[in-house]
Design a protein around this ligand. Structure first.
Ligand code: AMP
Length: 210
């Protein structure tokens, strides 16, 4: 099954994708992770994307599409699109791309989370700079301060998880990404899951849709 997992920043897309990868062997295509990797490796895509990401803005569609196309070539199946598409233009381009490579999206799963909780989740979020494990200063702290429990790597705050950038990312989401709900409803592919719960309960509901 090929799915789009979408929702506001901090709604748990990354966490749920990781669970889908582990339990159902799906492949996660996260545009945010791909950009962070590109920035780490100082590639030209990374350098171009960084200036937009630092401010919480969307990276221009041409750059995003180039990267997604690169990752979807070879007609893969059983994948999760996480963080893409993020506006209607990207959704239209995705439709064309999938048609070209002869595959389709089976379901779109929207994770619904209250705005005040999103802010708390994002501002308190910390991530391992080595393996990407996710922590939270209040709800899931590391056993040793700033050291990853899984791999011993340095646990840091993402530059775009500062309160100022978080607020701007949520505005960008409302303006550009939220209209995709209507788009996918009109295609009959839309499913909504209550993301205001612990990850295990959210995952149980997602599994029922698979
Ligand atoms: P994420 O990890 O999904 O929260 O993405 C982090 C940042 O990467 C976003 O705030 C954007 O700047 C950029 N980004 C990720 N995916 C996209 C996309 N599909 N379109 C434009 N920008 C994106």
């Amino acid at each position: 099954m090929n799915i789009i997992l979408f929702g506001p920043p901090g709604s748990g897309k990354g966490t749920q994708s990781t669970l889908l990868v582990k339990t159902l062997g799906m492949r996660q295509v996260s545009t945010g992770d791909l950009f962070r990797e590109a920035i780490k490796n100082k590639t030209s895509v990374g350098l171009r994307a960084k200036q937009y990401m630092d401010l919480g803005n969307l990276v221009p569609d041409s750059i995003v599409l180039e990267m997604v196309e690169e990752n979807l070539k070879g007609a893969p199946s059983n994948f999760i699109l996480d963080g893409f598409p993020r506006n209607l233009e990207q959704a239209n381009s995705l439709d064309l791309l999938l048609k070209k490579i002869g595959i389709g999206i089976d379901k779109v799963i929207f994770l619904e989370v209250d705005k005040k909780d999103l802010i708390k989740r994002l501002v308190g979020r910390r991530v391992c700079s080595q393996c990407g494990s996710v922590y939270h200063v209040v709800t899931k702290p590391c056993s040793i301060d700033k050291v990853c429990d899984s791999c011993g790597g340095a646990v840091i705050q993402r530059a775009d998880d500062s309160e100022e950038v978080v607020l701007s990312r949520l505005d960008v989401y409302e303006q550009y990404t939220s209209p995709l709900r209507g788009y996918y409803k009109s295609l009959g592919k839309y499913n909504e899951v209550n993301g205001n719960r612990n990850p295990t309960d959210v995952f149980e509901d997602i599994k029922k849709l698979m």
